[in-house]
Design a protein around this ligand. Structure first.
Ligand SMILES: C[S@@+](CC[C@H](N)C(=O)[O-])C[C@H]1O[C@@H](n2cnc3c(N)ncnc32)[C@H](O)[C@@H]1O
Length: 270
């Protein structure tokens, strides 16, 4: 783990665990603190497969991005992008076409500070600190205006994000606001912790998050499917993340519970 803390934004309270940094810890990243590791370890004790689930989610990100590039998309908006880690969206898509543009958005300071650092020499990418709900601020930000042409299809990613969005925020309306601004032919990729996947320990693991002000809210298959309102969900539909068009052994776990812990799907705006 990192011992030089000079990169830590001043507003970050390193004593309060944060989901972005807990996730970074599970993915063996360097941008987490003791409080994040403590919560991460507590959850790992309850659900040892959660580290694999995080890895499988990243593998889904790759397959969904490749699908979109194959469909001709060259611009991407990754909201709740997290702390840059292995296999970031821009690395995947720019490897195929260096002209691809990516705007990353996260509300967590460490995630955005690290993304800005990583992207400083990449003039086709930008990182913004914003909340998912600030649709206009995000889409009208100078960086987004420069990199994204909303008259052309965009690949929008919201992976492992919406389970941090309570119903009281009206996630369907938030999604509709993005959907209405993006061109036909755009894609939406989602992943979301499943409420009905029979994953042992899930309730206890969620309990462990209480007090972080970021309690995950698992949702059922139908609820996750409903987030694709106004999109045509492409095959194989909303499925356990590992079952979304796996291409190799690394895309799946031996543990069926972990394969289906997050739901995942991709929709296309007609
Ligand atoms: C579990 S991480 C997922 C990271 C990445 N999308 C992935 O799937 O690998 C969830 C991310 O969503 C961010 N997040 C949570 N609520 C958010 C909100 N309302 N607006 C923007 N980002 C948010 C967190 O800061 C965190 O970085």
């Amino acid at each position: 783990m990192t011992s030089n803390l000079s990169w830590v934004p001043p507003e970050v309270d390193t004593n309060v665990p944060n989901p972005a940094r807990v996730y970074d810890y599970w993915l063996d990243g360097d941008h987490n603190f003791q409080a994040d590791r403590d919560l991460g370890d507590q959850v790992l004790k309850i659900m040892p497969g959660v580290r694999d689930a995080a890895r499988l989610n990243r593998a889904f990100l790759r397959r969904a991005a490749l699908h979109m590039v194959e469909a001709g998309v060259r611009q991407f908006l990754d909201i709740g992008s997290g702390i840059p880690t292995v296999g970031n969206l821009h690395e995947i898509v720019q490897q195929i076409d260096p002209e691809c543009r990516v705007v990353y958005v996260d509300r967590e300071s460490v995630a955005v500070a690290h993304a800005k650092l990583l992207l400083r020499d990449n003039d086709r990418c930008a990182a913004l600190q914003a909340d998912l709900r600030d649709v206009n601020d995000i889409l009208n930000a100078p960086e987004a205006k420069e990199l994204l042409d909303l008259d052309q299809p965009v690949g929008v990613f919201m992976l492992l994000l919406l389970h941090f969005v309570p119903d009281s925020w009206d996630p369907h309306t938030i999604l509709a606001r993005y959907r209405d601004r993006i061109a036909p032919g755009s894609f939406l990729a989602l992943s979301h912790v499943a409420a009905d996947a029979d994953s042992q320990g899930l309730d206890e693991a969620i309990e462990a998050y209480k007090g972080t002000q970021n309690d995950p809210i698992p949702r059922t298959h139908d609820q996750v499917l409903s987030f694709f309102d106004g999109f045509d969900v492409i095959e194989p539909g909303v499925v356990g993340c590992a079952m979304w068009n796996p291409q190799g052994a690394g895309d799946m776990s031996d543990n069926p519970e972990i394969n289906s812990l997050p739901y995942a799907g991709v929709g296309r705006k007609p």
